[in-house]
Design a protein around this ligand. Structure first.
Ligand code: CO
Length: 570
């Protein structure tokens, strides 16, 4: 039986290697060539591409889809859809999900790979139903991870459930490149025994095992493998298309693809690749053996390093790496993919920085424990629940059941802002309200790509270069965004005099999002004083005593440093 190939060059490959920065114009140079190969599908949309296009590239994602569709007439186009999160980072209401899928099909999408970070199929239900309703192909996805509460039998049972929901094919999504050759063979065999649907293995070369695992998976009956053209392969990306095709040539698994044609296309892909040379970080190009030991995906480690740097505590990295597995276990073993990877990572950082575990918890950790992300794979102990959310009771329903329709408001806002409310613009706004307004008003400028550093400093004055303010060093979790925003000026020490001992202080470097009290307020120990944003997560600053607020030393938007006084309570 022939192995089929899904090529990811236009989506996951550049998302994993160069922070999702490939331009539409570059894609269009090779689109019609890619159509001649005979791929099972071209993954070219979704994941982080939508966000990256409107935020950094000043490109309309819908336009990219339409333009590629014009040039790719025979090969199915495929996208990555984060279940109820669509191509964003939170749950959207069902009306947005339905409309997004409808418009994606209308603009040319064929195959929707639908996943949920927690493998909670309730979060995948609306999108899979919409895909079927609009006549497209639903690929139900299992997020592969390893933990004491995950095993291949559980994943095979999930495949059965996805088939029962009407999925047309199944994908094993190994976002961190953790699947071993033996595990891949075993999982494919188990799924194939229970489900009679095409099966795809999607892995990353992060740990160096993906190509071998593809080989064992294909021999066990896996139908489709995800690869990328060699210029955009390996490292944190997929195995190379050409090598995979050559590996199976002349065997019963022969892909039937023309290696000469692939080689001619690769030359063009390589030219495109060189335009982004400065964006390739050497660290993402090589296997990361650390993943094999601590199982923490490379992108997540980059995030932890960035967070510790912001808090001037990079020397604590080893402690944080040891804390991550503990927090993951206590919080019910979520797969380490966005957004749960950020929740676990940030909580581990806070636990180490505070010297007392769960003394400070982020809003995101609270929401996760409350069940707002979905069902957690393993029960969290009552003790941890109490530490994180106090007496609040976690929800048990599908999180999106709590959401009201969101499209009517989106239409109203666009009308008010005098922005053309095309169906696509409405959905773009509904998903990314802040950035979409700027994009739709034409206020976004295309980010410039820095030239490659050379030994000698150039004689001429270099063109101004915009350093990416946001970089998904991302590797494994599809949507791992590291923001390298500077901390900005720390607010000068207030002129007012006060008794240090009576001050409530900032727990870490960050920005004051809101002050919850005013002068004269009587507050109790544990009352909310202010909310601080640090490491891109919101945390509450609570009063450590009862009394009357006598002074407020900060205002919304102020950058504060750790231990800086926020308010004085007499
Ligand atoms: Co991937």
């Amino acid at each position: 039986m022939k192995v089929k190939i899904t090529d990811t060059t236009l989506r996951d490959a550049h998302q994993s290697l160069i922070a999702t920065r490939m331009r539409t114009r570059d894609m269009l140079e090779i689109a019609s060539d890619l159509d001649k190969v005979g791929f099972y599908s071209l993954e070219m949309w979704g994941g982080a591409t939508f966000d990256a296009q409107i935020r950094f590239l000043n490109e309309d994602p819908w336009e990219r889809l339409r333009e590629i569709r014009k040039r790719v007439k025979n090969t199915p186009l495929q996208m990555l859809l984060r279940g109820q999160n669509l191509v964003g980072y939170r749950h959207y209401a069902d009306d947005v999900v339905d409309e997004f899928v409808r418009l994606s099909v209308k603009n040319g999408m064929d195959i929707f790979r639908v996943f949920d970070a927690l493998n909670d199929i309730r979060n995948m239900k609306s999108s899979i139903e919409a895909v079927k309703k609009y006549g497209a192909h639903a690929q139900g996805t299992i997020c592969y991870t390893t933990s004491p509460v995950h095993n291949n039998d559980i994943f095979a049972d999930m495949a059965v459930k996805l088939a029962e929901m009407g999925c047309d094919s199944i994908c094993i999504k190994d976002m961190a490149g953790l699947i071993t050759p033996h595990a891949a063979e075993d999982l494919v065999t188990k799924i194939k025994k229970k489900v009679d649907l095409p099966l795809d293995l999607h892995s990353h070369c992060t740990s160096g095992m993906a190509s071998i695992s593809y080989f064992t998976a294909a021999n066990a009956g896996c139908d489709i493998l995800d690869t990328a053209f060699s210029a955009f392969s390996e490292g944190t990306s997929q195995p190379p298309t050409e090598s995979m095709v050559a590996s199976f040539a002349g065997t019963p698994l022969d892909t039937g693809l023309d290696l000469d044609l692939l080689n001619r296309i690769e030359k063009k892909v390589n030219v495109i690749c060189n335009r982004y040379a400065s964006l390739f970080a050497p660290s993402v190009a090589k296997p990361d053996a650390g993943v094999l030991v601590h199982q923490i995906p490379g992108g997540m480690i980059s995030n932890l390093v960035s967070q510790l740097k912001q808090q001037n505590a990079l020397d604590k990295l080893d402690e944080v790496l040891a804390e991550v597995p503990k927090v993951r276990a206590e919080l019910g073993y979520p797969p380490l993919v966005t957004p749960s990877s950020q929740v676990i990572g940030t909580q581990a950082v806070l636990n180490v920085l505070y010297g007392e575990r769960y003394k400070q918890v982020t809003k995101e950790t609270k929401n996760y424990v409350m069940g707002y992300y979905g069902e957690i794979p393993h029960k969290i102990s009552d003790e941890i629940i109490r530490k994180v959310v106090g007496d609040a009771k976690p929800i048990t329903c599908r999180p999106a059941d709590l959401l009201q329709p969101e499209l009517p408001n989106a239409r109203e806002v666009l009308a008010k802002e005098n922005i053309h409310a095309s169906e696509e613009n409405v959905v773009t706004y509904a998903m990314y309200p802040e950035i979409a307004i700027k994009f739709l008003k034409g206020e976004i400028k295309e980010e410039q790509i820095a030239p490659v550093k050379t030994e000698k400093a150039p004689e001429t004055k270099p063109a101004p270069v915009v350093t990416p303010s946001e970089f998904s060093v991302e590797v494994d979790g599809e949507e791992y965004t590291v923001r390298v925003s500077p901390l900005g000026a720390i607010t000068a020490a207030p002129a007012a005099t006060f008794d240090e001992k009576k001050a409530i202080k900032a727990p870490m470097n960050g920005m004051i999002l809101s002050v919850a009290v005013k002068v004269g307020d009587t507050i109790k120990e544990g009352s909310l004083v202010a909310t601080i944003e640090a490491m891109k997560m919101a945390s509450e600053i609570l009063s450590d005593r009862s009394g009357v607020v006598s002074q407020i030393l900060v205002k919304n938007g102020d950058m504060v440093s750790s231990k800086q006084a926020i308010v004085v309570v007499e």
